[in-house]
Design a protein around this ligand. Structure first.
Ligand SMILES: [Zn+2]
Length: 425
C-alpha cells in the first residue's frame, strides 16, 4: 500500500452554489474499484461526486464540463481508519496519518486526553485547511490508581478526574458514566489489563467491569475494553464488554475447550475486536532493528537510539520472553511472533467476529499512518486476504464508530472520502 499517490478528501469542499445546475462536481472515470465491503474488485468504473458525496457509480459517466480525474490503471479504495490511536502532538501527527491514507482515527485515551484536548483534536479533524483525519474517541480511561496505564506508563500528565478516572468503588461509576456521556464519545474506555510486560500490576476487579457496562447501557454507550491475555478476555466477556481494543496477548485455544463457549457468548453481542499486531512489532524494534523496512527508517532509528533510554531494550527483552512463553515459540523471527496471532485473527474472522485495524500508534516506534501499513502487511504475511484486510480498515471500522452511513465504503450516498492508488493493493 506504500504506492499511495493521491489522496482525495472532498469532505468539506464543494459547498459553493455556482455549480448547483451540474450533476457532478467531479468524475473519476475508468478506475478499478475496491469498495471496502469485501466484494471483489470492479474494473472500469466511473464515480460521480456532488457536494462531497458519491452520487453515481456506473460503468461510464459523462465527463465533459466536469472536473475530471482519469482513473485508468489506478485503484480507488475508501479512506482508511486506524482504530487504536494515541497522540501527544496531534498537530504533528495528523498530517502524517493523512499522508498514508488514514482519513479517520479512533483515539482511545491517553495521558493528555482531557475534554479540552479531545475537543481540539475534533476541531482539527473537522477543518479542511489542515490535512487531518476525522477524529472519533472514547472517554478517558476508567481504571484504578496504581494500575495500567498510569503506573505502567507513568507520567505527571495523568490527572485523576481530567485525563484518567481512578475508580474506588462501584457506586462512583454511575456519576462518572453520566459525566462522560455528555461528550461526543463513541464509548467508555475500560482498562482491565495488568500491563504489557512484567512487572505486572493488579487487574481491575470484575464487579467494576459489570457496573461500567450496566451504567454505559443507560446512555446507549458501549464499553471498549483493554485486555492483554486470556484471563482478561474472560473477564471482559463475563463482564459484558462489547468491544476489545487489542488482540495482542490473547491466545485462541483448541476448539473443544471452554474458551469456545465464551467466544460463542461474546459473538452474540456483535462485538468489534481491534487487531493491534503492531504493539508487538514496535515493542520489539529495539531488539530487532533489522525489521525496519526502509533504509531511511533504520537510519533515523539508529540516530535516535543513542539517546534512547536503555529501558526500552530491557522492556523489549521482557516482552519477548512473555511472547515466547505465551505462544510456546522456539524461534524469535518476526514470522514466528506473528503467524500464531494472525491464524487466530483469521479464525475469529471466519467465526464472524468483526475484526478492525488498529495499531496503538503513539507508543515508541509505532508511527502515525505508516504503522497502519505495517499492520496490514503483518496480517497479509500471516495469510489474510487483502480484501478482508481492507474491509477491516474501512467498513468494519466505520461500523465500530457508528459512522457507516457516511464512511467506510464506496457506495452511493456516502461521503467521497477516497484514496486513489497507482498500484493494486
Ligand atoms: Zn493503546
Amino acid at each position: 500500500m506504500k504506492q499511495l499517490i493521491i489522496l482525495i478528501s472532498f469532505l468539506y469542499l464543494l459547498s459553493c452554489s455556482s455549480k448547483q445546475s451540474n450533476p457532478f462536481d467531479l468524475v473519476i472515470s475508468n478506475v478499478n474499484l475496491i469498495d471496502g465491503t469485501g466484494a471483489p474488485i470492479q474494473h472500469s468504473v466511473s464515480i460521480g461526486i456532488f457536494e462531497g458525496k458519491i452520487i453515481a457509480i456506473e460503468p461510464e459517466l459523462q465527463t465533459d464540463g466536469f472536473n475530471h480525474i482519469d482513473g485508468t490503471d489506478k485503484f480507488l479504495i475508501p479512506g482508511l481508519f486506524d482504530c487504536h490511536v494515541h497522540t501527544g502532538d496531534f498537530e504533528r501527527d495528523f498530517p502524517r496519518f493523512v499522508h498514508y491514507g488514514v482519513t479517520s482515527v479512533f483515539v482511545t485515551g491517553g495521558s493528555l486526553c482531557t475534554n479540552e484536548y479531545y475537543a481540539s483534536m475534533r476541531k482539527q479533524g473537522n477543518q479542511d485547511s489542515i490535512p487531518a483525519p476525522l477524529v472519533f474517541h472514547t472517554s478517558q480511561h476508567f481504571t484504578m490508581e496504581g494500575r495500567h496505564p498510569s503506573k505502567t506508563y507513568s507520567s505527571s500528565n495523568w490527572r485523576n478526574g481530567e485525563s484518567i478516572f481512578y475508580l474506588t468503588d462501584t457506586l462512583q461509576i454511575e456519576r462518572l458514566v453520566h459525566d462522560v456521556a455528555q461528550y461526543p464519545i463513541v464509548g467508555i474506555k475500560l482498562t482491565i489489563e495488568d500491563g504489557p510486560s512484567p512487572p505486572f500490576v493488579e487487574r481491575i476487579p470484575q464487579k467494576f467491569i459489570e457496573k461500567t457496562v450496566k451504567e454505559a447501557s443507560k446512555y446507549d454507550l458501549e464499553v471498549f475494553a483493554h485486555v492483554s491475555d486470556n484471563t482478561e478476555l474472560e473477564m471482559a466477556i463475563k463482564g459484558g464488554a462489547q468491544n476489545l481494543v487489542h488482540f495482542t496477548g490473547v491466545n485462541i485455544e483448541p476448539q473443544d475447550g471452554p474458551q469456545m463457549e465464551l467466544l460463542q457468548e461474546f459473538i452474540q453481542r456483535d462485538p468489534y475486536w481491534v487487531t493491534t499486531l503492531m504493539i508487538d512489532k514496535s515493542f520489539l524494534y529495539p531488539l530487532y532493528p533489522e525489521w525496519f523496512e526502509s533504509e531511511s527508517m533504520l537510519r533515523s532509528y539508529q540516530e535516535s537510539v543513542n539517546d534512547l533510554d536503555s529501558s526500552l531494550v530491557d522492556r523489549a527483552r521482557r516482552y519477548v520472553q512473555t511472547l515466547m512463553d505465551e505462544y510456546g515459540l522456539s524461534d524469535d523471527s518476526l514470522e514466528a511472533f506473528m503467524l500464531p496471532q494472525v491464524e487466530d485473527i483469521q479464525f475469529l474472522n471466519m467465526m464472524g467476529f468483526k475484526m478492525v485495524l488498529g495499531t496503538d500508534t503513539g507508543n515508541d516506534f509505532n508511527f502515525p499512518g505508516y504503522s497502519l501499513h505495517e499492520e496490514m502487511q503483518l496480517l497479509n504475511m500471516g495469510g489474510l486476504e487483502p480484501l478482508d484486510i481492507i474491509k477491516m480498515g474501512t467498513l468494519n471500522a466505520a461500523k465500530m464508530m457508528n459512522a457507516q452511513d457516511s464512511l467506510g465504503s464506496i457506495e452511493i450516498g456516502k461521503l467521497a472520502n477516497l484514496i486513489l492508488l497507482d498500484k493494486n493493493p
